[in-house]
Each structure stands twice: as C-alpha cells, then as structure tokens.
Design a protein around this ligand. Structure first.
Ligand code: TRP
Length: 336
C-alpha cells in the first residue's frame, strides 16, 4: 500500500493561504485515498523551533490538528496523526542523513538562503531543516507528499539523498515521486500559491503587517469578506487568469475554485472576458465568508481530548513503523 504523507507547522494561526494551498487539498486527497493508501498527517513541531513560536507550541499543535478535522478529514484505520517530537526516530534518522547529504546541496536551498540571509548567527537548525524533513518522509516510505510549492525543492533534495543512500546500501528507502508527479497527484497544473490581497505579486503570509493583506482562519467571516472586497486588482479591465500581468484577479479566481472544490479551468472559463471586477470580488467574498463560517462552527465542536485520543493511537503506529525503518538504516551502517 502506498503512503501519502504531509505536515504543516503550527507556529501560529494559519492563513487562508495555508488552508487553501496546503491543508484543504491534503484533506481532500486523504479522504479520496484513505481506502487504498496509508495517510500520515503529522505536525513537525521540531521544525517549529527554528524560529519564534506565537504562544504555546503544544497548544498550537492541538489546534492545527483540529483544523484538519474542521476541514472535513475523515478518520479510518489507514489515517495516522502524530507529532514529530513524539517519534524520536525522526531526530535519529536526521543525524544519519546529515552524514549522507552534502554541504553544497543543502546550502542551495532557497528557504535556507532566505531565512539565513548569509548571517553567521543563523541557527544550525535552519540549515538542517530539509534533512529533518527528509527523515520525516523516508521513515515511512512515503511516495506522495502533498505540500505547497515553496517546499518542492526540499522534496527534490529528499529524493537525491534517498537515491544516494540506496545506491550505497541497497533498496532501503522508497524514493518519493518527483515534483511533476507530485503536482499531478495533487490534481493541479502547478503548485498552489495564494497571494497577498494587497500585493498580489507576493505570497499571502501571516507575518505581513497589513491586516487587509491576509485572511486568518480565526477572522470573523464578515471581516474576511471585506478584505476580499478591498483586494488589489489591476487596470486591464478584463477578467483573465494571468498570474504575471493580473496577479490580483488570478488570485481571486484561484481562491474561488479552491473554496468551492471546482477545477480552476472551469472557474476561469466561467469568468473569462467579463469586465466587472466588483462582481467577481462579491462572489469570492461570499464564498470565503461561507467557508469560514462553516469551518469555525465545526472547529468549536472538537475538544482537546478528542485530539489527544487520536494522537495516542497515531503515535503508537508511527513509532512502530519509524523504529523498524530506523533499525534497517542503523544496520546498514553497522550501528546495530
Ligand atoms: N517544511 C514544511 C513546511 O514548512 C513542513 C514539513 C516538515 C513537512 N516536514 C515535512 C511537510 C515532511 C511534508 C513532509 O510547510
């Protein structure tokens, strides 16, 4: 049975961009595949501590897992939910992979370059981040890793490390699918990237100061609708999907498709050539408002105890699978 694996950091409340770009597509994939695949959903809490955490990490983690259920995740025996820090094999395999990965390939990671900005006081965890991520994936023989496009480079690095390891020691790791196949598996033409509402050439980010640039999952639904109404568009005067020349309009079309679980092309065709930007905004604002209303109502029905029970089961499973894989790796190096 193939494994589909994904994780979302829980440093703070998520944005609508995190939700539509990563969490919701993952939930839809999990529900569609959980009869014939293992589905691993974990919270990479060790990855969180490379930087500041807003509030209490443990509580944030529970909240993030609630998000999956509020987004509609259905549980069955193939769906496993766990915290990275509760499965020590992740850290142990990370060290071993550190001795396989090279300084050159790891230094080329865009996220590392952006976060470190060449500073000598950047913590080593920021550099090592993708190797821990490789361990997260390889411990479970995951083939598909649905994730936002800013993480594709890390998937390619994971593949390269796994291929190098297998060439040396035999077929111990399953090689994750290459990026183009990951994108196809997600049912997209390209990675999803929800844009900043005021500056649509940038990604929507929780760290942006301007309130109207981003929608947070705990925003009041009416407030979120207002933010959509005030989104930056352009002066072309014609609705067209063109991320380069009309990023604001394209972002709205993308949001409309994702919220309503419709193919992007269908939404593009529906609006193509129309000239009333206000009508599109109004439709998207209604969609987002309804989404948040439904999501927040569901979220309120899930208790911490519900989540702790799910984690206990998931972490037992994860430790069994991960420790078995770690032992194979330790034997390959004659550590066992
Ligand atoms: N790096 C991912 C992010 O920031 C989170 C993550 C960590 C992850 N380990 C992973 C995602 C393994 C998928 C698989 O979004």
């Amino acid at each position: 049975m193939q494994t589909i694996l994904t994780g979302i950091r829980s440093n703070s409340i998520l944005t609508l961009g995190n939700y539509l770009g990563a969490l919701l597509p993952m939930v839809r994939l999990a529900n569609a595949h959980s009869k014939d695949s293992q589905i691993n959903i974990f919270v990479p809490d060790l990855h969180s501590i490379i930087s500041e955490v807003d509030g209490d990490l443990r509580k944030n983690t529970i909240r993030t897992i609630k998000y999956y259920f509020a987004a509609g995740l259905e549980l069955n025996d193939n769906v496993h939910i766990y915290r990275q820090s509760h499965v020590s094999a992740h850290s142990e395999l990370c060290w071993i992979l550190d001795c396989i990965a090279t300084m050159g390939e790891t230094s080329r990671m865009i996220q590392y370059k952006e976060k470190s900005k060449g500073s000598e006081s950047c913590n080593v965890g920021i550099f090592n981040y993708p190797i821990l991520m490789a361990a997260d994936i390889l411990l479970y023989d995951a083939t598909f890793v649905p994730i936002g496009e800013d993480q594709f480079q890390h998937i390619e690095l994971t593949r390269n490390i796994a291929i190098r390891f297998n060439n040396r020691f035999g077929d111990i790791f399953t090689i994750p699918a290459k990026t183009s196949d990951q994108i196809k598996f997600m049912g997209q033409d390209e990675g999803i990237r929800i844009r900043d509402l005021l500056n649509p050439e940038k990604k929507m980010s929780k760290s942006t100061m301007a309130e109207n640039s981003k929608i947070m999952l705990d925003d009041a639904p009416e407030k979120a609708a207002k933010k959509i109404m005030s989104a930056t568009t352009d002066s072309e005067g014609k609705i067209k999907f063109d991320m380069f020349n009309q990023p604001g309009i394209s972002n709205l079309l993308q949001i409309e498709a994702l919220v309503n679980d419709r193919p992007l092309q269908e939404v593009i065709n529906e609006w193509a050539g129309r000239t009333q930007y206000g009508e599109l905004k109004k439709k998207v604002a209604e969609s987002v408002e309804a989404l948040l209303r439904d999501f927040q109502a569901k979220l309120a029905t899930i208790s911490d105890d519900d989540i702790l029970a799910v984690l206990e089961k998931g972490e037992k499973y994860a430790n069994e699978v991960a420790n078995a894989k770690l032992l194979e790796v330790q034997k390959a190096f004659h550590l066992r």
